[in-house]
Structure formats: structure tokens, C-alpha cells
Design a protein around this ligand. Structure first.
Ligand SMILES: Cc1cc2nc3c(=O)[nH]c(=O)nc-3n(C[C@H](O)[C@H](O)[C@H](O)COP(=O)(O)OP(=O)(O)OC[C@H]3O[C@@H](n4cnc5c(N)ncnc54)[C@H](O)[C@@H]3O)c2cc1C
Length: 550
């Protein structure tokens, strides 16, 4: 298989040689390093590579070149290789142009010259970028295949699970696909019983439950120990931050999460306002990085759902969906929120068959050149619309209010304004989802009255609710189910009866000592990645204080 390519571009022969040597030294065994002496020559090279279907991972271009600037080259190169990481090499004086280029040419990073020593200034940046590229790269494929129906909820769940856990697979839609039928026949599988997951070793799973699939693709579903210092429930930004800090500070930490680490952020196409990522980072990349970081410090991850919490003296037992339980002194509830369902006729029947909650990024490719509807007017809806606009011919945003200005951040509104295939339908409500086997049309009510539009995909972002009903009543919550912690436990100056300690609850401590709460699930929390990360890390400090009392 051809090694992916790193392309360096500079008109100055000695600089180009130095860059190429540095790239070869570090990446030569995994990547092929190529060079071009100008923007046009580099575009010609890329066009040839494209015809030969060769993968390009990174473009590293100098800014000041005669004929075509680095920014112009990177912008044009994006049309040929949109997924390649784009890095601008620039003199200090051109820093402003480089920052502008983050928006205009969507460059991923700029490096100022000189980049010596590369071990400090070049490789760490490129390592990160190449890791991100690798995560989305699907090499010519020998491995796992999923055969199913585009309009099946079960199929959608299997594909989402694999994607979110970064398990590479190829999906084959059974509809009219002779290859898919032949593959099923070879393995003596029934085309009526789908989805089927086919493994490279000849084995297969038919319509698997998530835990069976998790175990088969090598995700852990059983805890290695019986007792932990801290059990974190939920691996969104809050839980992952707690896992990184807890494990790095020596706490035996177990994280329980039925989905891939990343939480809601994992379904986010691009987080642009998280500190330290000037050109944004996808939620999946953030989740993957944090997961690796926490695991490196020794945190253990279980692909399981927590279904109960039992308190026995100083021990806390978290019950798991498979009937087992794990015990600890400290539990951190970082459960986040889940999407509110659309309460209209047809929505239940057509969920996963054209109606999707959350960005369901896995569906984006299936919507290629189709018209897509997005309902909701907050940031999450805006990000999804921008993401789908890259694949769909048209994205229509259905918004109840007059417009987006009250509910959405300005940077997203501006970007939507610049995207010609996104159309906004203000003061519009969805009344009914029409279709039997799959979504076929939407009944809407807008300023012009009621009308029906043909539709195949509707992505829903109409707010979120906490999933806290499985917790025992001694964990106090507000009327919407968000968990109370710290000062919020004091209603009218008194602590709840459930609180039996002499001391006041710590800042993020729930109504049960040693059970902490962080992130979106906490009453009054700011619904942002940075706040969740902050709370997850602060909770660990209180966990230490609580444990010090033993
Ligand atoms: C589409 C979208 C775009 C967004 N864009 C931005 C943005 O650009 N910038 C920004 O700052 N914020 C953004 N947000 C908000 C941000 O993602 C959240 O504020 C953040 O993810 C909250 O983190 P959390 O860890 O508290 O919860 P979550 O991210 O919700 O994670 C909670 C985790 O807990 C798990 N869980 C729940 N119940 C259980 C259980 N019983 N057992 C085990 N695990 C369980 C869930 O599976 C989930 O993975 C966006 C949100 C969405 C939906």
C-alpha cells in the first residue's frame, strides 16, 4: 500500500531542502516526503496524485513565493485534498496574514521561521496534525464491513457506534448492491437479517448489541479491579478531564461510558471556541486525544452504561447494565445531557430512518448531493448545518424564532451567512414527519401557513435534558432533573435532610458525601466544553480532600 504523502513547498531551494530533510528524518518510515518549488508546481503534483488516488496527509508551504502565495496555494489545494492538514510556514512579520488564513483558507496551523530545533517547534505540531489526519483516514480496506439498510435504525446505531469508537469499517448499503449480496452469500448470512458485521477473519455478527460489538472490536466491558478510588460516570469533556487529573495524581480511576469518549462534543463537527485550538478542533479529535491522555496516566475505561448507584457506609457501588457492579470511595457523575426528542406525529417511527438526533456525523456522507433539513437555532444546529453543507446540495435550517442572533454565536452566524447552500426558514415549525419505512416529507408551518416539502433527512437540535432518572432519590435534583451540588443544595438557608455531615458540602459535591457532579448535568452549569473541563478537573481536588478524611 502506498505511504501517505507529506508535500513541502518553497521557492528557496536551501530552505526547501532543510524542510524536506527534517520531515524525512522524523516521518520518512511512515510517510513519503515530496517537494515542489512553487504553488503552481505543487498544484500540478497534487492533481497527478489525485488521479492516481494517492493519499496526501500534509501540505507545508512557505507564504512568500513568487506567482502564488502560500495561502493561495493552500486554499486551492483544499479543493483537491480537503482532508490534508494545511500548514503555513511564515516569517514573523507575516503573522497577521497567517491568522487571517485560518479563516479564509482554513489552514490548520502556521509555523514561524526558523523552526529550529524541529524536536521542539516542528514535530510536536506535525505529530498532532498527522494523528488527527490518520484518525479520519480510511486506507484501502481489508477489514471490517457493515452491510445494512440506509433507512434502518439498527444499522445507523451500529455504524454510529463504530465511527464514534474510531473503528475503521466500510459500509455497504444492501439496496441494489450485488457485492453486498455476494458477501452475505459467501458467509451464509440471511439478507433479511441485517445489519451484518463481517470481520476480516471470516467471522460475523448479525444485528449485534453494543456490548457484544464492543467486546468483539477489543473495547473493554469488564473492570480489571473490584475497587477504585474514583469511578467517573460519563466520558464527555467533564469526565475525561477528571480522568486525566485523577489518574495523573495517583487516583485509581475507572471511567464508565457506553459510547466513545467525547460526549456531546464527540458529535460536534468543529469546536471553534475552545482555548488553545485557534483553527478549531473536531469533538471526535478532542475526545480521542483526551482518552489517550487519560489512559496514558493509567485511567481504565469500560464500555458500559451505569444503571444504578448504591451507597453503603463509606463505599459507593455503581451498578452496570450487564448486572455487575464496581465499588469506590468517590463517584463523579459527569452524565451530560441528551437531546430532547421531537414530539410530533411520525417522529418516533422514523427515528434513525431519516430523523436523527445530534449531528449524527456518520450520516453526512449518505446525504451527499441531497437536501437536508436541520431543526433548531442554537450553536449545535449551526455547526451541524455548516458540516452538512459540505456534502448536501442544500441545507435548510428550520427555526422557530425570527432569526439566529439571539440563540447562536456570532462567528457561526457569519459563517452560515457566507455559505451559499444554507437557507434559513425563520418562524417555522415542524408539524409532522411523513413516511412509513423512511422519511419522505415534512409538514411545516411557516409565515405563509401550512405546507409540505419532500425530505429524506432531518437532523434535530431542540435542546437537551439530563438522563438522571436511574439515580437513587438521595441524589437531589431540580425540577428538570439537573443535579444539585455545593451551595445549590442549600434551599432557604438549610441543607437537605439527606445531608448528615458536620461539614458543608464541597463546591461540586452532591447531596451524598463523596458523590460529585461536573459538567452539563449539574444544575446551573454553563453548557460549554471549557466549563465542563474546568469542573471535571476541579472535582478531582475535592475528591482528594474528601479522601483525606478517611
Ligand atoms: C452539536 C453540539 C455542538 C456543540 N458545540 C460546542 C462548541 O462549539 N463549544 C462549546 O464550548 N460547547 C459546545 N457544545 C456543548 C458541549 O459539547 C457540552 O457543553 C459538553 O460536551 C458538556 O460536557 P459533559 O462532559 O458535561 O457532558 P457530555 O459531553 O454530554 O458527556 C456526558 C457523557 O456521559 C455519558 N453518560 C450519560 N449517562 C450515562 C450513564 N448512565 N452511564 C455511563 N455514561 C453515561 C454520555 O454517553 C456522554 O458521553 C456543543 C454541543 C453539541 C451537542
Amino acid at each position: 500500500m502506498a505511504r501517505p504523502i507529506l508535500l513541502a513547498v518553497d521557492d528557496d531551494a536551501s530552505v526547501l531542502e532543510a524542510v524536506v530533510q527534517d520531515l524525512r528524518r522524523e516521518y520518512g518510515s511512515t510517510y513519503r516526503v515530496m517537494r515542489a518549488t512553487g504553488g503552481q508546481a505543487a498544484l500540478d503534483t497534487l492533481a497527478q496524485l489525485k488521479t492516481r488516488q494517492e493519499p496526501v496527509a500534509l501540505l507545508l508551504s512557505d507564504e512568500r513565493m513568487p506567482g502564488m502565495t502560500g495561502v493561495d496555494f493552500l486554499e486551492r489545494a483544499r479543493e483537491l485534498y480537503p482532508e490534508a492538514r494545511r500548514v503555513l510556514l511564515t516569517a514573523y512579520a507575516d503573522t497577521d496574514a497567517a491568522i487571517q488564513a485560518i479563516n479564509s483558507a482554513r489552514i490548520h496551523y502556521y509555523l514561524t521561521k526558523p523552526w529550529d530545533p524541529p524536536e521542539e517547534k516542528l514535530y510536536p505540531v506535525l505529530d498532532d496534525l498527522l494523528e488527527d489526519w490518520q484518525a479520519g483516514y480510511q486506507p484501502p480496506f481489508e477489514g471490517l464491513r457493515v452491510i445494512g439498510h440506509r433507512w434502518s435504525l439498527r444499522d445507523h446505531r451500529v455504524r454510529s457506534f463504530l465511527s464514534r469508537n474510531h473503528v475503521p469499517y466500510r459500509w455497504l448499503d444492501i439496496a441494489g448492491n450485488v457485492d453486498a449480496l455476494n458477501l452475505l452469500k459467501e458467509r451464509q448470512l440471511d439478507p433479511e437479517q441485517l445489519p451484518a458485521v463481517l470481520f476480516a477473519d471470516g467471522s460475523s455478527l448479525v444485528d449485534p448489541e453494543p456490548d457484544a460489538l464492543a467486546a468483539r472490536v477489543g473495547l473493554s466491558t469488564q473492570a480489571a479491579q473490584e475497587f477504585y478510588d474514583m469511578v467517573v460516570v460519563g466520558a464527555g469533556p467533564a469526565g475525561l478531564a477528571a480522568a486525566v487529573y485523577g489518574a495523573s495524581e495517583g487516583l485509581r480511576t475507572l471511567v464508565i461510558e457506553p459510547e466513545a469518549p467525547g460526549g456531546q462534543a464527540g458529535s460536534t463537527s468543529r469546536i471553534e471556541n475552545y482555548l488553545g485550538f485557534p483553527s478549531g478542533i473536531t469533538g471526535a479529535d478532542l475526545g480521542r486525544r483526551a482518552h489517550i491522555q487519560a489512559a496514558r496516566f493509567g485511567a481504565e475505561f469500560l464500555t458500559q452504561r451505569a444503571t444504578g448507584l448504591r451507597i453503603d457506609g463509606q463505599y459507593r457501588f455503581v451498578q452496570l447494565a450487564d448486572g455487575r457492579e464496581v465499588s469506590s470511595h468517590v463517584v463523579l457523575l459527569a452524565l451530560g445531557v441528551h437531546y430532547r426528542k421531537l414530539e410530533i406525529p411520525g417522529a418516533g417511527r422514523l427515528t434513525g430512518r431519516g430523523i436523527y438526533y445530534g449531528a449524527a456525523l456518520v450520516e453526512a456522507v449518505a446525504c451527499k448531493d441531497e437536501e437536508v433539513y436541520v431543526v433548531g437555532g442554537a450553536n449545535s444546529a449551526g455547526q451541524a448545518a455548516l458540516h452538512f453543507a459540505k456534502f448536501a446540495s442544500k441545507v435548510t435550517m428550520l427555526v422557530r424564532g425570527e432569526g439566529l442572533s439571539v440563540t447562536m454565536s456570532k462567528y457561526l452566524i457569519d459563517e452560515i451567512g457566507r455559505t451559499s447552500n444554507i437557507v434559513l426558514e425563520p418562524k417555522t415549525q415542524v408539524l409532522e414527519a411523513v413516511g412509513e419505512e423512511r422519511l419522505e416529507a415534512l409538514k411545516l408551518r411557516g409565515p405563509q401557513g401550512e405546507y409540505q416539502v419532500p425530505a429524506t433527512s432531518l437532523f434535530v437540535f431542540i435542546g437537551a435534558a439530563p438522563g438522571t432518572e436511574w439515580l437513587p432519590p438521595c441524589i437531589l435534583r431540580d425540577e428538570k432533573g439537573f443535579l444539585l451540588a455545593g451551595p445549590d443544595l442549600r434551599a432557604e438557608g438549610k441543607l437537605p435532610e439527606a445531608w448528615r455531615e458536620e461539614r458543608e458540602p464541597f463546591l461540586l459535591e452532591s447531596s451524598v458525601p463523596g458523590v460529585f457532579v461536573a459538567g452539563d448535568v449539574r444544575h446551573g452549569s454553563v453548557k460549554r466544553v471549557a466549563s465542563a473541563v474546568g469542573e471535571g478537573s476541579i472535582a478531582v481536588q475535592f475528591a482528594h480532600q474528601y479522601l483525606a478524611g478517611f
